[in-house]
Design a protein around this ligand. Structure first.
Ligand code: FES
Length: 119
């Protein structure tokens, strides 16, 4: 697993990957200004969710993706990639999700994330 690092520009959106680098349902951890983010390409979209579970300090990018949710491997709570809300305990608090923009076409298209605008 590799890590990309970006620095927030004035628009707030930072290029974190090329679309072609993201495999379907294989989360990829990136960082923007030290904030860990799990990028997930699934169901024809790319989602950005805070990489740390709201229950304990566990990296969500090491979990499985299914039905637009990412599962925390430690205790099994799943988080909705669109809202960050957990589907059930032990996690009860949502994790932040961030807006994603795709610029360009094909595998070289830029995947941009803004952590200044939680969605
Ligand atoms: S650490 Fe994620 S559900 Fe417990």
């Amino acid at each position: 697993m590799s890590t990309a690092e970006g620095t927030a520009g004035t628009s707030g959106f930072v290029r974190v990957a090329a679309l072609g680098e993201l495999e379907e349902d294989a989360p990829r951890r990136v960082e923007i200004d030290g904030t860990p983010i799990s990028l997930v390409r699934t169901e024809g979209e790319v989602f950005a969710i805070h990489d740390i579970c709201s229950h304990a300090n566990v990296s969500l990018s090491e979990g499985e993706v299914e039905d637009c949710q990412i599962e925390c491997w430690l205790h099994g709570s799943s988080f909705d990639l669109r809202t960050g809300k957990p589907s059930g305990p032990p996690a009860v608090r949502p994790v932040p999700v961030y807006p994603v923009k795709i610029e360009g076409d094909g595998p070289d298209a830029a995947v941009l994330v803004s952590i200044t605008q939680e969605s």
